[in-house]
Design a protein around this ligand. Structure first.
Ligand code: ADP
Ligand code: MG
Length: 264
């Protein structure tokens, strides 16, 4: 009950015009320290990351840009603790993930991090509601609570009248909104999105971006987003530009200067 009440009020505030959330200096959620990732393809070594250093703090909205093959997706795999570095360290909430068992890491990841992908990655045989419920199954949430929470999350993204539709019965933009709802299932502190608007037209992409921006500004979610698109990246407070597996430039959004100063 309490959960669905708070979700319902969140649903209201996300469409309201007030901006209640004030940014504060956050503690580091994820830190990549001199991370190297070398893929081995037979005899050939492919270095995807070459000394990537990146800190993402609580409440930040960070965009990662860079040419194709520059290591953006590989860096997201590191930020999301889906993969381990060849060299260097990854700290999640200050803990080096190399000290954790894979089963513990999977549990932490499932609770703390929500993922959104370019291809939506919904389960095609499940309804929107069942897709959103799925991550809660792995966290052992009772069925009734899963249903009511999934309903609230779908309402939050404006899909309350599509809960029994399967992905094939939804538009690309609607599927991505289901994926956003799913990413929120376990109340993660951080949302990672790899080219979330890559398969959407610009108007639909803009509406997806406005959901993500609201999640950051109004609900304090930490967001890391990969994009090719300058306009999409302009929603972020900070843009990290990668080349050859390392950050070559950091740009701060001039429109977010106040937040940056408050953060300093
Ligand atoms: P981006 O997302 O910026 O396009 P990626 O992180 O996907 O870049 O890839 C970085 C480099 O690593 C590329 O040269 C790519 O071919 C290589 N790479 C990525 N994943 C693998 C993999 N699983 N096996 C081998 N090489 C890979
Ligand atoms: Mg990629």
């Amino acid at each position: 009950m309490a959960v669905s009440d708070s979700m319902a009020s969140a649903a209201k505030s996300i469409t309201a015009t007030h901006s209640g959330h004030v940014k504060k200096t956050g503690k580091p959620v994820i830190e990549l320290r001199d991370v190297w990732k070398v893929y081995r393809m037979g005899e050939v070594e492919v270095p995807a990351l070459r000394g990537l250093t990146l800190t993402v703090r609580e409440g930040e909205f960070v965009a990662i840009m860079g040419p194709s093959g520059s290591g953006k997706s590989t860096s997201m795999n590191m930020v999301g603790c889906l993969d381990v570095p060849t060299k260097g360290s990854v700290l999640l909430d200050g803990n080096d993930i190399s000290t954790l068992q894979e089963s513990d890491l999977a549990q932490i990841r499932g609770k703390k991090i929500g993922f959104i992908f370019q291809q939506f990655n919904l389960v095609m045989t499940l309804t929107a509601l069942e897709n959103v419920m799925l991550p809660m199954v792995f966290q052992g949430i009772p069925k009734e609570e899963r249903v009511s929470k999934a309903e609230s999350l779908l309402a939050l993204v404006g899909l309350q009248d599509r809960i029994n539709h399967r992905p094939s019965e939804l538009s690309g933009g609607q599927q991505q909104r289901v994926a956003i709802a799913r990413s929120l299932a376990n109340d993660p502190q951080m949302i990672l999105a790899d080219e979330p608007t890559g398969n959407l037209d610009s108007t639909t992409g803009e509406s997806v971006m406005s959901f993500l921006t609201d999640l950051n500004k109004k609900r304090g979610k930490t967001i890391v987003l990969v994009t090719h698109d300058e306009h999409v990246a302009s929603h972020a407070d900070r843009i990290e530009i990668l080349k050859d597996g390392a950050v070559i430039k950091t740009k701060y959004n001039p429109n977010h200067k106040k937040a940056k100063v408050e953060n300093a």
